[in-house]
Each structure stands twice: as structure tokens, then as C-alpha cells.
Ligand binder design. Sequence first.
Ligand code: PLP
Length: 387
Amino acid sequence: MNKFGSETIAVRGGIDTDTQHGAVVPPIYLSSNYTFKGYDEPREYDYARRGNPTRSQLAKALADLEGGAYGVMTCTGLAAITTVIQLLSPEDTLVIPHDCYGGSYRMFDHLERRGLFKLVVVDQNDQAALDAAIALKPKMVWIETPSNPLLRLVDVKAIAAQAKAVGAYVVVDNTFLTPILQQPLSLGADIVLHSCTKYINGHSDVVAGAIITKDHQLGVDLDWWANCIGVTGSAFDSYMAMRGLRTLPVRLKQHQESAATIAAFLNEHPAVAKVYYPGLEDHPQHELAKSQQLGFGAMLSFDLAGDIEQSKLFVEEIGLFCLAESLGGVESLVAHPATMTHAGMEESARITAGISNSLIRLSVGLESVDDLIQDLSQSLDTVLASL
Ligand code: PLP
């Protein structure tokens, strides 16, 4: 366990460890293979799919930040998920939240159809539904909080306690908050995973994933699986993500501050019907956010007054926010879930899930918040004039 604060762990990963030249920043090891010292004498690393020094440094830093015992880097966030579900056999049950990331859902759904495990989808805030799912004695309970795009929370400590009582692995996808703002292992989870593509790398130029375990042996097993199925992360991506990680705590401070300012601004604007941001006092789980999280994050969404025409007008008018999927980069992004991230959902299911045609999602970046508000303001005024 690393005794330093998060800022120190994030900045110092691998710094001043180069014994050959004294490089302050650790060099990147691109070699795909490593010599044996001699007959039957392998070194720590032999082949880069199995292990790589650059990747190990990042895995260690992330494990330290999450308070875990072991870290595994994968080539994408979905590869991290693919690795974790290798723990399941056909007779095992996996319980997932009804509003988990669409790509995760698509994978779980298609693998279940091929008989790899049994899948139970529940609203984890519906206690009766959760109780019924836990009564099936699942092998794994999946948690993702806050959810995308409506920023709904679930109580990790309570669900983990319930799941642990029947011997289930508790897995938390911590992509939205990162270890800087939420540490699920301390709330009872066994495994945390990330799409490092988002805040951890933070510059929208890497696709990568990570798994962190509370138990060392479980981490070793998952590392074995990542190598076995061939989904370990590349040295270059690990180097880039390590570079991004060094500024994660300070980036998040500013991301959050700007997101809170923007949420308050949107909350007052007449062209906005409803804002979804856990930092707002009227968010139904504001108190849970305060107790379970170390901050409110920088993702938010809102319903525009009006319908699909107003959404179209809004995204056409906006200038500084890029109309793009993904999140967590230094640049601000706007997404229209109905036609982008959640376009694959049946319209009726989408509306039932609360993802209306007028829902807009923002990933608040690091530009001047005054400029961002100016941009939102002119776009919202155009929407207002159309109503
Ligand atoms: N988990 C969450 C919450 C995500 O938002 C995403 C991607 O958007 C993933 C996992 C998958 O990560 P990747 O795109 O790096 O494979």
C-alpha cells in the first residue's frame, strides 16, 4: 500500500527509477521481446504481450491510487471487461445494472446468448428486484455509478455487502469518477475497472483499459487471463496514459469546478427543463454522492425544453463544445444520446429509461468556464427563441 497522497502517487509513477542513465521520466520500452540471461534463465520480462515495464509502471500507479493490491493494463476498457468475465462459467449468474454502459451491455447480452453465463439485468435502486437477483446466488455483481447519461447513483457499500453475503465478486466500473473521486475497493468491491480512454489518459488520444483488484492472487489470475486471451495494453498507450495520469488530480479539480458552475447556470436557464448533476442539491442522490464520492465529477446532462428539433438546433448552434462521443478529455464535448451513444436502443425503451429526445450530455473540459458558458448561453437562447 502506497503511503503517499493521490497527487503524489499520480505524479511520481516511475519517476527517477532509471538506473542506467538517470532519466527523470522513465523511458518507454517498445521491445516486443527480451533476452534470457542464459539457459533456462528468463528475466522479469520475456515477451511484451505477457509483460512490459512501461505497462507495469502504470498498472502499479493505478493500483496504488485505487488502494488495490494488483493492476492489469488492457488495450481497451472493453478488453478489461472481457478479461474480468473470464471468471465466469456457463452455470454462473452475472447481475448487471439496467443502465450500464451500452458497449458493456452489448457484450454481456451477446455472450449470454452463446451460453457463456446467465445474465440478470436489474435496476439496482429497486430493492425488491435487487433482492430477487441476489437470491439467485450470482457469481458476480456488476456496478457502474454514476450511470451514463443520467448520472444516477447506486450505493456501492450496501450492494457490495449484499453481494458478498452470497459469495459474489463485486466489480465496479469506475470510469466516470476515477480513483481520485471514488474508491470502490474501500466500499467493499473486489475489482475496479476503467476505460483509461477517458479521464485517466485525459487527452482523447489513447484507447486503453485497466483492472485493479483488492486481492493480489485475483490480480495475478486476471493478468494471466489478459495474456491468455491477448488483450494486454500496448507500451505506447501505457506511456501516454501514464503521462496523462500525472495531471489527473489537478485536471479533475478544474473539470469539477467548471462542471458545477455550468450545472448551476443550466439550472436557471428557461430553455432547460431539467439538469442531471449529482452536485446539485436537488439531485435525488446528492447525499449519497456526498458520502460515497470524493467529488461530483464533471459529467452532466440536461433535458432541453422542447423536443428533437430543439436538440438539433442546440448542437448545431454550439461552437466550443465538440459534437462527439467519449468523455473525460481536456476539451469539452457535447453529445445527443438519442442519436449518438444510445441510438442502438429501441425508442420506447430509451424513453422509458429516461433518455428523452431532448437530452443533452456534456463532458466539461478545461477551457475557460466563462467561454463555455458564453457558448452554451448563445445556443440556449436560440433554442428559447424557437419554442
Ligand atoms: N465503461 C464505461 C463507463 C465507458 O463509458 C466505456 C466507453 O465509453 C467503456 C467502459 C469502454 O471503454 P473503451 O471504449 O475504452 O473500450
